[in-house]
Design a protein around this ligand. Structure first.
Ligand code: GLN
Length: 281
């Protein structure tokens, strides 16, 4: 039986979301969204139908679309992703937006991204602030390979991607801005057994101490690595705004704030290094 693009999509919609079906068919046919729309009456061959059906079957079994097609759009760029890295999320664009609002367009500025994963945050900042020198750190060798591949594919050269455990091996008083989307989900959180999270690397998602271990480590150490007046911006869980602000205060940060994402959830908190406190300590 001969099936067209339109019929194939209609059939897939009985099992999966329309947008997801389109992304999977684009990938199976190696075409873009416009091609699907313009050629909706084109007939697919057996191989194409089989390739698409296999993707739909895997999607029905729960595999994230981003891993099936190997990429995800974030901000205004497309990042290669594999199961070695977290899938970039729309709410993390808030962290990027806040970071960009603090980095001058026409001045050099040293930025550090801790736990870079695919490099989505570091590379988006670097692309939009060509004069910024961005350092992106991750512990996972597989994540570092993906981040390096993304830097190369996107032609972004003002990012240094390096292996490291948070601040280990970095020079002190070096950075005007530190950003991070660290693992912040509590171990045993029921969300870990739902949706895309089931397939994402646990090391990028969870932290001990109710999900706060990495956040705590970053907040405690960041003042030593920030320049005078430098700022720290952290993404965190929906219920971690209060504790993050408290931890920032305990580490002598000033101008502490939390900012809601588009869903109205406090998603990023931050503050500025307090130089008066450091000068007298
Ligand atoms: N925002 C992700 C989620 O809860 C978690 C990302 C992270 O731990 N940094 O789905």
């Amino acid at each position: 039986m001969q099936v067209t693009i339109a019929q194939t999509l209609q059939d897939a919609r009985r099992h999966i979301d329309d947008i997801e079906a389109r992304l999977l068919l684009q990938y199976a046919l190696n075409v873009n969204a416009v091609f699907l729309a313009v050629h909706s009456n084109s007939v697919l061959n057996r191989e194409q139908v089989d390739a698409f059906q296999l993707l739909v079957t895997r999607r029905i079994a729960g595999e994230p679309v981003a891993y099936l097609v190997g990429e995800r759009d974030f901000y205004d760029l497309t990042f290669k992703v594999t199961p070695a890295v977290l899938i970039p999320r729309p709410e993390t664009e808030l962290l990027v937006e806040l970071a960009l609002s603090r980095i001058p367009v026409n001045q050099t500025c040293n930025v550090l991204d801790l736990g870079t994963g695919s490099g989505a945050i570091a590379l988006t900042i670097a692309k939009h602030r060509p004069l910024a020198r961005v350092t992106a750190v991750d512990l996972s060798p597989d994540a570092l390979s993906i981040a390096r591949l993304n830097a190369e594919k996107l032609g972004i050269h003002n990012v240094q991607i390096r292996a490291g455990n948070w601040f280990d091996g970095l020079d002190q008083v070096e950075f005007d801005l530190i950003v991070s989307n660290p693992p912040y989900v509590a171990e045993g959180d029921p969300h870990l057994d739902q949706g895309d999270l089931r397939f994402e690397p646990r090391i990028a998602l969870t932290a001990v101490d109710d999900g706060l271990a990495c956040i705590r480590k970053i907040i405690v150490n960041a003042p030593d690595f920030l320049t005078p007046g430098g700022e720290l911006l952290l993404e965190h869980g929906y219920d971690q705004g209060v504790i993050c602000r408290q931890l920032l205060a305990e580490s002598n940060f000033i101008n502490i704030f939390s900012c809601p994402d588009l869903a109205g959830i406090l998603r990023v908190s931050g503050g500025q290094r307090d130089d008066r406190a450091l000068a007298t300590s």
